[in-house]
Design a protein around this ligand. Structure first.
Ligand SMILES: [Zn+2]
Length: 459
């Protein structure tokens, strides 16, 4: 008997959906049958009409921008939301992950506290941090993240051009990807001041003080730096079709650049910011209805590789400090638990994307972009990470019941078609459609693969 567990249903493979079975042994996929044959195993779980997707991956999560959240709460939300792997951002409170000691202690916490698999993105200091790039890459960073917008000079700095240039040259050697928060703060800070001076602090002032040029000019600069240094570049949370068009242009010139958008940029626009105020405040801001249509189009064509949550768990009271003055509210929305359910409903149920396209966006493309070993597709030799979606079941988002400390979302009480019926991490059931069935420590650290060729990886 080869497999120790068999899961059957409508398998979402890379090129088709088939009624079939997946056999898993010691956490790894060892057999796939799609011709009516059955796999012998001790434990057989038949999900009938449900879709069995490759485990969904969210590569943009902030577990410690509020330290009260942490790996356990985020990964519980992940399990319930069908996310089997995540990448965590480095801008932690109190200390960012810009040296090996911080990196190693965070890795140990992940291994002890997470319900699902996770990797870590590292960063560098505003200046003088270049010598940490190689050691962080060797320690297992999945990627590097930097910003052109300064949220905080120590924790979340804007990196000056000289440091970017040298960092790109060093990161190129590691083979890892560098991702950017691309907003032009030379433009944004004076615009915010101008709005404040004019007592222009209603919700839409957030978006008005970060007009499209603040994002597109930052993206263009990074593309040009990547062109000359040949680093692998990723642009986090793109909100504008125009930026995706620039990215396409540079791809044609041979730049290895990838792009994501977030669920909120596909589902919310400026009208929602006007209506719901602080609960829709996020950086970059939500955009126009036309931009939303343009993003959906580029998602369908594959020009946007994947969609993330940018999970940022602010407490409700903290978020509401911006009532009456939008600039007083912190930016960001929680989302790891609702990312896949919301998008499944908006993309697959609506007919905008096929299940195969959805599997690519939610699993295959993020795994490929960040070189996540043995993740991202239902294939022999890959980890038995599976997300089962029942397309016939409806449910309602209940913000109070979210696993996060942030028990709010602008999508509260929204009715959704399609529900996560089970989440498997390396063959282990961590969520059964009703309750969490795993424990902290079930999750494993996903090491980055710096300095490794693809050939070495396959071994
Ligand atoms: Zn973020």
């Amino acid at each position: 008997m080869k497999a120790d567990k068999v899961i059957s249903g409508n398998l979402v493979l890379e090129d088709r959906v088939v009624r079939g079975e997946v056999g898993i042994k010691d956490g790894v996929i060892v057999e796939i049958k799609d011709n009516g044959d059955s796999i012998q195993a001790r434990e057989k779980l038949d999900f009938g009409e449900c879709y069995v997707f490759p485990g969904f991956i969210d590569v943009h999560v902030h577990c410690f921008s509020n330290p009260d959240e942490g790996f356990t709460k985020v990964s519980r939300g992940a399990a319930v939301g069908g996310i089997t792997s995540f990448l965590d951002m480095p801008y932690d409170l109190p200390n960012p992950i810009n040296n090996v000691d911080e990196f190693q202690s965070k890795r140990r916490r992940l291994e002890q506290e997470s319900h699902v698999d996770g990797g870590l993105i590292a960063t560098i200091k505003k200046s003088g941090g270049l010598d940490q790039i190689q050691p962080l890459a060797e320690a297992g960073a999945a990627a590097f993240k930097m910003s052109l917008f300064e949220t905080d000079p120590y924790r979340f700095p804007r990196i000056p051009d000289y440091e970017i240039y040298r960092a790109f040259q060093l990161i190129r050697e590691t083979g890892l990807r560098v991702g950017f928060h691309a907003e032009n703060d030379d433009l944004i800070y004076p615009l915010i001041e101008e709005h404040k001076k004019n007592n222009n602090t209603e919700p839409v002032a957030h978006s008005d003080s970060r007009p499209p040029v603040t994002e597109s000019s930052a993206v263009l600069k990074l593309l040009e730096f990547a062109y000359w240094t040949r680093v692998k570049l990723h642009i986090f949370h793109v909100t504008l079709p125009r930026c995706i068009d620039y990215i396409q242009q540079f791809r044609k010139e041979g730049v290895d650049v990838t792009a994501e958008t977030c669920y909120h940029y596909l589902l919310l626009d400026i009208e929602d910011l006007k209506e719901k105020g602080p609960l829709v405040k996020v950086n970059p801001p939500v955009r126009s209805k036309e931009d939303v249509v343009g993003l959906w189009h580029r998602l369908k064509t594959g020009e946007i590789e994947f969609v993330t949550s940018d999970h940022a768990p602010w407490l409700y009271d903290k978020k509401l400090e911006g009532e009456g003055d939008i600039f007083k509210s912190p930016s960001g929305l929680p989302g790891i638990e609702i990312l896949a359910p919301l998008l499944y409903d908006a993309a697959v149920v609506s007919g905008k994307l096929t299940p195969v396209e959805f599997g690519k966006i939610m699993a295959t493309n993020p795994a490929q972009t960040f070189n996540l070993h043995k993740k991202g597709s239902i294939a022999i030799g890959n980890d038995g990470d599976l997300t089962v979606v029942n397309p016939h079941k409806t449910h309602r988002i209940n913000a109070q019941a979210l696993q996060s400390i942030a028990t709010w979302t602008p999508f509260d009480q929204q009715q959704l078609q399609g529900k996560i019926a089970a989440t498997f991490v390396r063959g282990h059931l961590v969520y059964d459609g009703e309750k969490l069935t795993g424990v902290p420590g079930d999750g494993k650290f996903i090491p980055g693969l710096a300095y490794k060729t693809e050939r070495e990886m396959i071994k």
